[in-house]
Structures are given as C-alpha cells and as structure tokens.
Design a protein around this ligand. Structure first.
Ligand SMILES: C[S@@+](CC[C@H](N)C(=O)[O-])C[C@H]1O[C@@H](n2cnc3c(N)ncnc32)[C@H](O)[C@@H]1O
Length: 228
C-alpha cells in the first residue's frame, strides 16, 4: 500500500486503496459516451488505470480497440477482451502509440506531483500523430462540499466523508461505499487543482487543452502543444 492510501472491505485492495470487488460492482456511467463523442470511431485507445475494466468493456462494445493498463494484477484479471498490461502508469513505455490515451478516475490529481508528472509524460509518450489525451478531473467543489452522499439507483450509497489537508497542498480524502451486504472504504491523497493549475500541469508535459467536453469541465480533450 502507498503511504497515505488505505482501503477496507471484502476482497483484494490495490496499492491506492481501491477494492477489486467494489469496482466489479460499480455500474458504468456516462463516461463511455463522453469518450465516444470526442474521438474517431474505432480508435486505438490506451486506457491508464483501467481497474477491472468498468469502462474498458463499454468501450470495446462501442467498437474501440483497448489496451488496459493498471498496476494491480488482481484488477486486470477481470478485464475481458482487451490486451492488459500490469505496470505503474508513470513507468509505462510500450514503444508504440495510440490514437487516444485515457487518464480517467481523477488520476491527474495524484497527491505526489512527481507521479502526476510521470503520468502525463506517459500520456504524451504514447500519443500517435494527430491523437488526443482524454482526462477526467475533479469537479470544482470536490474537496469543499464535504461530507456529501449520493444514493445510486443500483442500490448503494457513496459518501465522501472528509477531505483534510495533510500539507503541500494535498488532502487526505476518506470515502465510503455502502451496499446492503458489504461496506468498502478508501482513504487516498488527492491534490486539488484549479483550472489554471491543471492547465499549467498539462503545459509542463507539453500538452494543452483542446476543449472541455462537459459543462462542469471535468472531462478534457488535450493535445500536444504545436511544435512541442
Ligand atoms: C479508482 S480506480 C478506477 C478504475 C477504473 N478507471 C474505473 O473507472 O472503474 C483506480 C485504478 O487505478 C489504478 N492505479 C492507481 N494509480 C496507479 C498507478 N500509478 N499506476 C497504475 N495504476 C494505478 C488502481 O490500481 C485502480 O485500479
């Protein structure tokens, strides 16, 4: 387990505190549609931090060719129909490129800024000519609107219980997922990034915002800086 990251509940837990069983149960939301609307049909997608394939499977169904990367072998064992690669994202160097690189699940908010830089460099390194990086970032009140809860129609409740500063602009976030028969918790480090800070982080990696894909600006299409 990484320092500052922890998970509780049934089954295997990843180094960042995610529960494999929990992610196998979570339904996929609007993400695959947002992605599909922003990239060419049938594109080759490199999905970073795929988990059990919640989004992978929906993207395969939509006709994309997906390579799924995660540092957890237990997560990747559940991915079906995609090539899987077990590696830390920040160290990935496949020697090949993709039409689309996907960095979802707020991974760009990694508590360790070096890890974030490494992840964004990985995105750029694997980008084909004319390709794009799709990034999912936190909503504006992610760290301030706490505690909060959402009751999912599928029959479980997600709570973000707290987000407490631990220094260097990083928060320790505590989340809880309550199902009728099981409860999972996750504690993780996240670095809030204003729009300016986010765009600066992209710039450091040689990327720029092409456009925000959603009104709340949580989904972003980024492209390499011309000549970068
Ligand atoms: C919150 S889960 C989301 C999984 C998937 N994207 C989804 O939406 O269902 C985050 C996943 O990213 C993986 N992960 C986190 N940090 C990573 C890193 N530095 N390198 C590789 N995988 C990482 C975890 O193992 C976990 O499976």
């Amino acid at each position: 387990m990484r320092e500052g990251y922890e998970g509780t509940g049934p089954g295997a837990i990843t180094p960042d505190g995610c529960a494999v069983e929990l992610y196998s149960r979570l339904p996929v939301g609007a993400e695959p549609d947002i992605i599909a609307a922003a990239v060419p049909a049938g594109a080759r997608v490199l999905e970073l931090g795929s988990g059990v394939g919640r989004m992978t499977h929906a993207l395969l169904e939509r006709g994309f060719e997906v390579t799924a990367v995660d540092e957890s072998a237990e997560m990747l064992e559940r991915v079906r129909g995609a090539r899987t690669i077990c590696r830390p994202i920040e160290k990935l160097d496949l020697g090949e490129t993709f039409d689309v690189v996907l960095l979802a699940s707020f991974l760009v908010h990694a508590g360790d800024a070096e890890v974030r830089r490494g992840m964004l460099r990985t995105c750029v390194r694997h980008l084909a000519e004319g390709g794009c990086v799709l990034i999912q970032r936190e909503g504006e009140d992610y760290h301030t609107h706490v505690p909060r809860e959402r009751v999912d129609p599928a029959g479980f409740t997600v709570r973000i219980l707290s987000a407490e500063p631990v220094g260097d602009g990083v928060n320790s976030v505590h989340a809880e997922y309550v199902f009728p028969d099981a409860v999972w918790t996750q504690t993780f480090r996240a670095r809030p990034l204003t729009r300016e800070q986010f765009e600066e982080a992209l710039g450091e990696a040689g990327l720029r915002v092409d456009r925000y894909l959603t009104e709340d600006r949580t989904w972003v299409r980024a492209v390499p800086v011309a000549g970068g």
